[in-house]
Design a protein around this ligand. Structure first.
Ligand code: C5P
Length: 208
């Protein structure tokens, strides 16, 4: 069984996917981390983020590997763990450019399809492109202001800047983000984390 949870940036996909995966006793798979890792490798190598051939050479040579765990995914490049470096501001800013390269998308898709199933797959196009035959599909939305408020819980003065950055990333990701026609769209604005997880679990077809 594959459950897909797609949605806009900072809509709570990772926390929701982790919670749903734990309830089902399966891992979750964060596709965004692979795009973030591709951006990090390009930035570290000084490659242009639009240079598809250069980014693909880096990916092929990196030994990049996603370790899907229910409690949080980890990414490795050979023996080096990239996970702590994948949410920096420079990766946030650069990732959409790398993710718009068709060759990079094909590379990430192949990694995801090769992972042992079942799992919960989280990203932008899990239900549309990567796992179109998934048994259950969800799409999370929330207004840019709600998402910025969640991100900036400890620093309210940062909300306008975070909201602007999220809106910019939504715009850059637009090609990748649209709900699958058979996805249940959930506005997470009025719900807390547990509330979203419960909506998803109650909508799942009976599983063994
Ligand atoms: O999910 P997260 O915000 O970590 O994803 C980082 C970036 O990776 C997104 O802004 C988007 O550019 C890209 N992405 C994508 N397709 C996916 C998952 C992520 O293009 N399935």
């Amino acid at each position: 069984m594959i459950v897909t949870i797609d949605g806009v940036a900072a809509s709570g996909k990772s926390s929701v996917s982790s919670g749903v995966a734990r309830a089902l006793g399966v891992p979750y798979v964060s596709s965004g981390l692979l795009y973030r890792a591709a951006a990090l490798l390009a930035l570290e190598a000084g490659a242009a983020l639009e240079d598809e051939a250069a980014v693909l050479v880096l990916l092929e040579g990196s030994g990049l590997r996603l370790e899907p765990l229910a409690e949080g995914n980890r990414v490795w490049a050979g023996g080096r763990e990239l996970t702590p470096d994948l949410h920096s501001t420079r990766v946030d800013k650069g990732v959409s450019a790398v993710a718009s390269l068709p060759g990079v998308r094909a590379w990430v898709d192949a990694q995801l399809r090769a992972l042992p199933q079942p799992f919960v797959a989280e990203g932008r196009d899990m239900g549309t492109n990567v796992f179109p035959h998934a048994q259950a599909k969800f799409y999370l939305t929330a207004s840019p202001r709600v998402r910025a408020e969640r991100r900036a819980r400890e620093r309210p003065e940062d909300i306008p800047a975070i909201e602007a950055a999220l809106t910019k990333r939504d715009e850059a990701d637009r090609r990748q983000i649209s709900p699958a026609v058979d996805a249940l769209v959930i506005d997470t604005g009025p719900l807390d984390l547990q509330g979203v997880i419960e909506v998803i679990l109650s909508a799942l077809p009976e599983h063994e």
